[in-house]
Write a protein that binds this ligand. Structure first.
Ligand SMILES: Nc1ncnc2c1ncn2[C@@H]1O[C@H](COP(=O)(O)OP(=O)(O)O)[C@@H](O)[C@H]1O
Ligand code: SF4
Ligand SMILES: [Mg+2]
Length: 368
């Protein structure tokens, strides 16, 4: 394995048993079922897929907040699959989490200063109170807030500002990797762009590695270096953002790209996904798990699971028996849908971020 890989998973599995159900029958939720991936130092790696496909479970496994049923996790050259005690503590410092809902993840009774300073108390107890206060002030400025915000409580802030507080807290101990589980899903679309730009700036300025989870490709389209598309606990397509977005080969990726809503639809809250229901991860279809929704399914798809096979061009792999023959007919539609939607999104992002310093000092911050 190349040594620029900071975080990797090999055959990762997480099955949740639901105990004895009716008539003692045990249902097993195959939340993550054989995920292999590697995240390179300094890159932004995106994991996308519909709600329920196993993204949060995968994130929690990578953070070792959950113990895998099978498979291995390596972080910064060490096998951390069974890490405990001090090793786990070090991992908790080096890998930080940003939650989807900054409101429920921030203790409402703690001031912002306490919230951002708390990780320092745990992981850097050698700092004096004054040093900690200075560090908190610097962190708040780094995420586009002000030092005097330290004395206020989470409810006094807008959603975007609260997510900035969450990011400052995640940055406090100088992590190597930040994992964001749908970090902007709960935010207004213009604020989403601000927070995404902030994350992009931070990863560039601090050399951070970001793992960003999203159910919406539109959100990560402009920030990711590499992408993994998940379906029912498995990766169906992965590669550079260029490869996956401009030459999607899996019918599911193509459908996700074609369904990216336009900015207008996003603002009105309309959803464009047209695939129908995802099967339950406690009874995934045999063969290719996507066959019940795939417009290109053949007999073999119902019996044989397609392996994640590397494509001839660099850094692109697809789990579909027909990724070569299907691409030609399916791609133009997906590519067109993508380019139109992408142009509109670019315009929206530009408008939302016009004026250079806006990521650090945006109108939201002026409210308070
Ligand atoms: N602790 C748990 N116990 C049982 N089932 C779970 C648990 N956590 C998640 N699941 C199930 O695993 C599947 C994947 O969930 P999750 O990882 O949260 O998906 P996503 O983040 O993509 O929406 C879902 O069917 C969910 O209900
Ligand atoms: S393997 Fe078959 S069912 Fe699965 S995505 Fe490819 S064509 Fe569709
Ligand atoms: Mg989730």
């Amino acid at each position: 394995m190349s040594d620029d890989v900071i975080l990797s998973a090999e055959g990762l599995v997480k099955h949740f048993g639901s105990g004895g159900g009716l008539r003692g029958k045990r249902r097993v939720v195959q939340a993550v079922d054989g995920v292999t991936l590697s995240v390179r130092r300094g890159e932004t790696f995106a994991i996308v897929g519909e709600s329920g496909c196993g993204k949060s479970t995968l994130a929690r496994l990578l953070m070792r907040l959950l113990t895998p049923t099978a498979g291995a996790i390596r972080f910064d050259g060490r096998d951390v699959t069974d890490a405990t005690g001090r090793d786990l503590e070090a991992l908790r410092r080096d890998m930080q989490f940003i939650f989807q809902d900054p409101f429920s993840s921030l203790n409402p009774r703690m001031t912002v200063g306490k919230l951002v300073g708390e990780p320092l108390e745990v992981h850097a107890p050698e700092l004096s109170r004054a040093e900690r206060r200075d560090r908190v002030a610097a962190l708040l400025r780094q995420v586009g807030l002000r030092a005097e915000h330290a004395g206020r409580y989470p409810h006094e802030f807008s959603g975007g500002q609260r997510q900035r507080i969450g990011i400052a807290r995640a940055l406090a101990c100088g992590p190597k990797v930040i994992i964001g589980d749908e970090p902007v899903s709960a935010l207004d679309v213009s604020v989403q762009a601000q927070v995404i730009n902030l994350l992009g700036d931070l990863s560039r300025d601090l050399g951070l590695t970001l793992v960003i989870i999203a159910h919406d490709l539109g959100v990560i389209r402009h920030m990711s270096d590499r992408v993994a598309v998940m379906y029912l606990g498995r990766i169906v397509e992965t590669g550079t953002a260029d490869a996956v977005f401009s030459d999607p080969r899996h019918p599911y990726t193509q459908a996700l790209l074609a369904s990216i809503p336009s900015p207008e639809a996003r603002l009105s809250g309309r959803k464009a996904m047209v695939l129908g229901e995802m099967p339950s991860p406690s009874a995934p279809p045999p063969g290719c798990r996507f066959h019940t929704r795939c417009p290109h399914a053949q007999a073999v798809c119902r019996t044989d699971a397609p392996p994640l096979s590397a494509r001839p061009e660099a850094d692109h792999a697809v789990a579909c028996h027909f990724h070569d023959s299907l691409a030609a007919e399916a791609r133009p539609a997906a590519a067109t849908a993508q380019s139109e939607a992408a142009q509109a999104r670019f315009a929206l992002y530009r408008a939302a971020t016009e004026g250079g310093a806006v990521t650090h000092l945006h109108p939201e911050n002026q409210e308070t």
